[in-house]
Design a protein around this ligand. Structure first.
Ligand SMILES: NC(=O)C1=CN([C@@H]2O[C@H](COP(=O)(O)OP(=O)(O)OC[C@H]3O[C@@H](n4cnc5c(N)ncnc54)[C@H](OP(=O)(O)O)[C@@H]3O)[C@@H](O)[C@H]2O)C=CC1
Ligand SMILES: O=C(CO)COP(=O)(O)O
Length: 337
């Protein structure tokens, strides 16, 4: 599969960092955003001062507010809009896609209304009209700012089709960005979405001034919850121990660049959810994913005690310290997944 042109759909922090990564390798990329003024500003500055300042755009990075112009005749479309806007944007762009195109979701979330992952949304919104599109995911421990800074980073790309996975793996791989391939699309998506919920919990614990023991316990039991739900949804157990699972969980629960961890820190320090979110200009997907995942876990009958407590803190005004206390008062049990 030869990829000549790429469309990056979403000019936030991550879409911009990925567009920089590809254009620095010489690939032609069109970066699209819904916000016309934002696109005008990017075209004028040749830099994304709002979301990824300090990184001038290479010549092959074009910007556009015209979705059709951005995706027409393009072999690889990377979707990087937040999960709550994903379906609407995909609906608009689907008719313009060329047959056989590779659709890569770099978004980490689960839609609240449907409980669908991003590739699930694309499949739902794709009529059976013979376009033969391929749906995959790129995920792993990768703060956008560090990728833009060329810090060595490793991620995973998953497609059901091995050739599609290899094509996207090779497309994104550079001297400082190492891409592994996988065929476990659902496992990788679930890992990337739910680690954000555990990162909120990690932030809460740090905001409450609990120690490193607490954080280690939370991350380990959090990974058990991610794995339980992911396997119930058809993921492969080893995916959750990989870059998109354990790797991204470690990064987001410990790294201060994480927006989700930051929301948790603010909650643990006594702010309300509204106050915490009003101080952020970027998206913290874990807030919405907590709700979608809470519903999914109930539907599938999967036990997720940490997630339940985060849900009650975010949506039922539970005190953070009470949530931690309740987790420790649960019945004693054997350690297992
Ligand atoms: N930043 C990171 O380090 C990483 C992020 N991700 C994931 O990438 C996705 C995008 O995050 P990120 O780029 O960081 O987000 P940012 O907050 O940096 O930017 C969000 C972008 O999405 C746009 N947007 C907001 N709402 C909608 C909508 N309803 N429809 C279309 N576009 C919308 C915003 O436009 P506007 O300015 O007009 O609101 C903005 O361009 C998330 O799922 C995130 O989890 C994954 C890996 C790393
Ligand atoms: O997913 C990320 C890094 O891999 C970014 O995490 P946050 O959205 O919490 O900043």
């Amino acid at each position: 599969m030869k990829i000549n042109r790429i469309a990056m759909i979403g000019a936030g922090s991550w879409g911009t960092a990925l567009a920089l990564l590809l254009t620095r390798q010489g690939y032609p990329v069109t970066l699209w955003d819904r916000d016309v003024d934002h696109i005008r500003q990017l075209a004028k500055d040749r830099e994304n001062k709002r979301y990824q300042a300090g990184h001038p755009f290479p010549e092959t990075l074009q910007v556009s507010d015209n979705l059709e112009a951005a995706v027409k005749g393009v072999e690889c479309v990377v979707m990087v809009v937040p999960s709550h806007g994903f379906r609407e944007v995909y609906r608009q762009l689907y008719p313009m896609l060329m047959p056989g195109a590779l659709l890569v979701s770099a978004t980490k979330g689960i839609e609240i209304e449907s409980g669908q992952t991003m590739t699930g949304i694309m499949r739902q919104e794709t009529p059976n009209d013979g376009k033969h599109l391929h749906f995959g995911v790129l995920s792993g421990p990768s703060f956008a700012a560090e990728v833009a800074d060329r810090q060595p980073t490793a991620v995973t790309v998953a497609f059901a089709d091995t050739d599609a996975a290899k094509a996207v793996q090779h497309l994104f791989s550079t001297d400082t960005f190492r891409v592994y391939s996988s065929d476990d699309v659902i496992g990788l998506e679930i890992s990337g979405a739910i680690k954000n919920v555990i990162a909120i919990a990690a932030g809460i614990c740090d905001g409450l001034h609990y120690g490193l023991n607490t954080r280690a316990a939370l991350m380990t039991r959090g990974l058990a919850e991610i794995t339980r739900l992911g396997v119930a949804m058809g993921g492969q157990p080893q995916t959750f121990a990989g870059l998109g699972g354990m790797g991204d969980l470690v990064l987001t629960c410990t790294g201060n660049l994480s927006r989700n961890r930051t929301v948790g820190l603010k909650l643990g320090s006594g702010l309300t959810l509204d106050q915490a979110l009003s101080e952020m200009k970027m998206v913290a997907e874990g807030v919405k994913t907590t709700k979608s995942c809470f519903q999914l876990a109930k539907t599938l009958g999967v036990e997720m005690p940490i997630l339940e407590q985060v849900y009650q803190v975010l949506y039922e005004d539970k005190q953070c310290a009470d949530a931690v206390r309740e987790l420790f008062q649960r019945d004693l049990k054997q350690e297992s997944l």
